[in-house]
Design a binder for this molecule. Sequence first.
Ligand code: GRF
Length: 215
Amino acid sequence: MKEAYRAPVPYVPLPARLAVFLSGRGSNFEALAEACRTGELPARIVAVVSDRPEAPGLGTAERLGLRAVAVDRRRFPSREAHEAAMAEAVVAHEADLICLAGFMRILSPPFVDRFRLKILNIHPALLPSFPGKDAQAQAISYGVKVTGVTVHFVDSGMDTGPIVAQEAVSVAEGEDCAALSARLLRVEHRLYRSSLRKVLEGGWVLTERSVAFSD
Ligand code: GRF
């Protein structure tokens, strides 16, 4: 008998309290913030946390009146100390779930274990193809005809956690990386919202690596 984890209904108390981790532009964060604002997502963003104080997404958070927290990696002597400070920001804001949105660091086992099945990520490829950086460029240079977007739970590997949702996107003949990235990004914004909603609603089952939602 395979051991299964059955998520409660709802998965966390609603409206859920979200922490968003980002390192850059923050367009996925903005899409989540908008979905919280309109009520499409039964959630609110309680903290936007960045390892890079100069990340444009932090400025956006401030403009939206959200709590922006810079936890500058350069100010910490080790990865452990840095992650402990990131965890402190999550706990201090009583976040139920962490959404990685262009967060460019691998989280280590102590952090991931502490927030097991409470961290989601979005990746611009159909995992396990093209993990890591520049997934769109990897797909173009491999010459694939189809790539896509993946939302997954985070483990301590590089884009290796259990898959929550995927959507395929065809690569057009001769399409360059910028054009493909822009098309993928529109799918990312939609898929992150819809799959996060399904996770929050609960009732899904994780068996080994496989996440099953009952419709
Ligand atoms: C997105 O393509 C996301 O999938 C990847 O990093 C990019 C971040 O973009 N993990 P943004 O900062 O959300 O605009």
